[in-house]
Design a protein around this ligand. Sequence first.
Ligand SMILES: [Zn+2]
Ligand SMILES: [Zn+2]
Length: 232
Amino acid sequence: MKVYYDLHIHSALSPCASDDMTPLNIVAMASVKGLDVIAINDHNSIENVAAAMECGRDFDVMVIPSMEVQTAEDIHVLTMFEDFSSLKAFHDTLTKRQIANDEHIFGRQLIFDCDNNIIGKENILLMAGVLENINTVIERAQKYGGVAAPAHIDRPQNGILAILGDVPIDLPITTLEFSKYASDNIKERYKRYNQIYNSDAHRPEDISDKTNWLEIEKLSPKSFLKAVRGGI
Ligand SMILES: [Zn+2]
Ligand SMILES: [Zn+2]
């Protein structure tokens, strides 16, 4: 079956995202846009994922438990898992840089329930990243059954190409995420990888339209992640 996806959406927990990006609003907008599968990928945190998964069940939108990790090299990597407990176990192994968030400079980092109520906020600056390097992040995500894909690899900020100059051939990945601005040259150069395209939305209106799709065997996180890996 063919499913339409957007696997890179920031909730209001990310300081750079709009406060309108509640789990409920995100899932509702994804439903309006006709998406079948989405993922909330906040920076180094997972506090709005469970609520989004709960909302997703009401809207028939499958929410893949995910997080966008900022590695020690400041490279962004999408990490996606079959279930919330695997994501949480992975998340809990990471060491976050302990820098306090200044809301007036960076924005609020809000945690919601499934009914749009604020139930907390994160005080550590989530854009500060973790102490683990990219190899460790990828290998550890895989240890918990997850898929890791360097994010927006063509982007000058936090993309692997800008920071390392290339995708190291020995990096144990099969999938790369490209921004919507990626050139045909870059897509061609990395055609040996499975390529995914997401919105990296920080506002509800920026969530992907029904554009990017994958062919999967059945509608389950396991089957979907198999397709993200490129069937490997
Ligand atoms: Zn990013
Ligand atoms: Zn992002």
